[in-house]
Design a protein around this ligand. Structure first.
Ligand code: GUN
Length: 284
């Protein structure tokens, strides 16, 4: 089975649009502000898609663009303005940031109630303590896709390849909460293939094109491929995941394609977080 992330993401946006249409009319609409620094090409594409889908569901989306040379102090000041702006419920600082800016410091200046990326230490801590939190969008999207295929994840062996703060670590927390037995693997892991062969759930999130091969997976495995890698063979450019999709897809229970799997879910989950933040801020 191929998991249709595009369709599931569309269904989520449909549900969010309905929810926004039914909000009390005396309140301002949910507002999301994205901060983009410099002209990183991939970031520009993500940001454009975020704007488009936010508008589609009825979220007031704003983009603040700054030059690559902005100082850390000026950026912090901009964030404080958004923290104080009652029409803004979600703040997202697009990563990566230029090397003279400390992204950890910037993220910790965002009001945690408006941190729709779920990267602020308060949200990270609340997620790992099992408390209510704004959860990072990519792992939450992966989690929703998994739950569509296997509603009860309890007791399953989950193997995560990649230990990033954006995906690997929060993914592990979400799966632990579902009573999975979770193994987080990374570039120093020994016997990665053997560990993958124990996986009922395999989340590949390393950025290594087609690394997971057909003989790394068991037949009832569900694979979530987070990788977005640009490949060029014989002059043709294409995007592939971290899994050798063509050779793996018929061997396993279910797999997400790249593109059309996790990517569309990430944006829908960002919109979901914006509405969650809005409701909490307005005590709805
Ligand atoms: N750059 C790549 N992925 C992400 C993400 O999930 N959030 C932000 N803010 N930047 C990113």
């Amino acid at each position: 089975m191929i998991i249709d992330g595009k369709k599931i993401a569309e269904e989520l946006r449909f549900k969010l649009k309905k929810e926004i249409d039914q909000l009390p009319t005396n309140l301002s609409k949910p507002g999301l502000t994205v901060i983009l620094i410099g002209d990183h090409p991939a970031s520009q594409i993500y940001v454009r898609n975020k704007e488009k889908f936010a508008k589609e569901v009825g979220i007031n989306s704003k983009l603040l663009k700054f030059e690559e040379t902005i100082t850390e102090q000026d950026l912090i000041q901009e964030i404080h303005k958004l923290n104080d702006d009652s029409t803004v419920h979600g703040i997202l600082v697009q990563l990566p940031l230029p090397s003279h800016i400390d992204s950890g410091k910037i993220i910790s200046e965002i009001n945690p109630a408006k941190d729709v990326d779920g990267f602020h230490p308060n949200n990270v801590g609340n997620l790992s303590s099992g408390n209510d939190a704004l959860v990072p969008c990519t792992p939450y999207g992966c989690y929703l896709l998994l739950k569509k295929v296997i509603p009860n994840l309890s007791g399953l062996n989950a193997v995560i390849i990649g230990r990033s703060n954006i995906n690997g670590k929060p993914m592990a927390q979400l799966l632990l909460k579902e009573n999975c037995t979770v193994t987080i693997t990374h570039s120093k892991t020994k016997n990665l293939k053997d560990l993958c062969l124990t996986a009922d759930i395999l989340v590949a999130s390393v950025g290594n094109p087609q690394m997971v091969k057909a003989d790394w997976v068991k037949k009832d495995c569900v694979i979530i491929d987070v990788g977005i890698n640009r490949l060029e063979d014989n002059g043709t450019k294409r995007i592939v995941g971290d899994v050798d999709f063509e050779n793996v897809k018929d061997l396993v229970k279910a797999i997400t394609p790249v593109p059309g799997g996790v990517g569309p879910m990430t944006i829908s989950c960002l919109l979901n977080n914006t509405i969650k933040a809005y409701k909490k801020i307005n005590s709805i």
